[in-house]
Ligand binder design. Structure first.
Ligand code: ATP
Ligand code: MG
Length: 321
């Protein structure tokens, strides 16, 4: 059975997409077939793979929204041993639509479970927010890998995400494991960066991978050449680091029990609850926007609009209040 790994961090520019591309390439280089899933409407993974997200049919949008579409129908071969399920710009519109659907997270999970048989790893790239797409990815994944940029304030974002993971695990969700935190854009000569490394290692201990991904211009240049850094500049520090990371990720496979098939087929209640919470927040944002638009049309100053109370969702209830 393949290991499905969501790569997520709600902060932007921390190396999620770069990690999906290059960890995927490193796993494939080591002989493990990989499917990369682009679940980010920005479609950076798709573009970096040489596809035009503005002119694509059969993408992750179809996988999420059309019951008749399966994973095999949308994946395309990339370099040896890797396949891509591309995103299209439609995914932007789909994100709101998905918040209205009760079963999209399970549909994604079923699609990934049922269609990834030939792959040992499935890596999911996610958008920089804890919206319905990221929560759907968490609900579909076995494991979560969190890239963290080696920069000031990095802790702020990661604590919220780890709390989310802890909540999901605590609420009887044994299938979702925290694979680990990988520090990216690491600068060995930067005192500020060293401080961040120390903070993470003392605060999160063995949840932080020893391997860190150096700040290496080859990573930033490789997407323009439509290549992973491993083939763009095979001996670069970042390429070597991604190979080391891939080796450790494989070792984790040996240490981890395979998810139990029956338990796995169950819904992830906590993750579903989070998806529902995201839906409530989306409705709230739309409600505010509608009220502001109505106020503008009526000539009322927006500053005078009374915002509706933010909705909440009680455990076990299916609606926003
Ligand atoms: N190790 C690295 N060394 C140098 N540049 C890097 C490295 N990792 C990522 N970058 C660059 O940093 C930028 C952000 O990286 P990336 O797109 O992978 O982040 P992201 O978390 O996916 O961003 P977003 O949240 O917008 O999706 C990109 O320009 C990328 O090329
Ligand atoms: Mg990205």
């Amino acid at each position: 059975m393949s290991r499905i790994i969501a790569v997520a961090n709600q902060r932007t520019g921390v190396g999620k997409t770069s990690t999906v591309i290059n960890l995927g390439a490193a796993l494939a280089e080591a002989g493990h077939p990989v499917i990369l899933i682009d679940l980010d409407p920005q479609s950076a993974l798709t573009s970096a793979s040489g596809l035009d997200p503005y002119h694509l049919t059969l993408t992750t949008y179809d996988l999420l929204t059309r019951a008749e579409t399966d994973l095999q129908g949308i994946i395309r071969p990339l370099v040896d041993g890797t396949w891509l399920a591309p995103a299209s710009v439609d995914l932007t519109a789909a994100e709101y639509m998905l918040t209205r659907s009760d079963d999209h997270a399970q549909r994604l999970r079923r699609a990934l479970r049922g269609g990834a048989n030939h792959a040992q790893f499935v890596l999911i790239d996610t958008p920089p927010r804890l919206g319905s797409l990221t929560l759907g990815a968490l609900a579909a994944a076995d494991e979560l890998l969190i890239p963290v940029e080696c920069q000031q304030h990095a802790l702020q974002g990661i604590q919220a995400l780890l709390k989310t993971v802890d909540a999901v695990r605590a609420q009887s969700h044994p299938g979702l494991k925290l694979l680990g935190v990988v520090l990216t854009l690491y600068q060995p000569d930067s005192a500020r960066c060293q401080k961040v490394v120390q903070e993470f290692r003392s605060g999160f201990k063995d949840r932080v991978f020893e391997t860190m991904i150096e700040d290496d211009e080859a990573v930033a240049m490789a997407p323009a050449a439509r290549k992973p850094v491993l083939s763009f500049r095979p001996s670069s520090p970042a390429a070597m680091a991604y190979r080391r990371l891939a080796a450790v990720v494989q070792e984790h496979a040996e240490g981890h029990a395979e998810p139990d098939g029956q338990a796995d087929a169950e819904a992830h209640p906590a993750a579903e609850h989070l998806v529902a919470a995201a839906r409530c927040v989306t409705f709230y944002v739309l409600e505010v926007a509608a009220e502001r638009a109505a106020a503008t049309a009526a000539g009322t100053r927006v500053a005078h609009v009374t915002l509706p109370r933010a909705p909440t969702r009680r455990a076990g209830q299916g609606r926003c209040e």
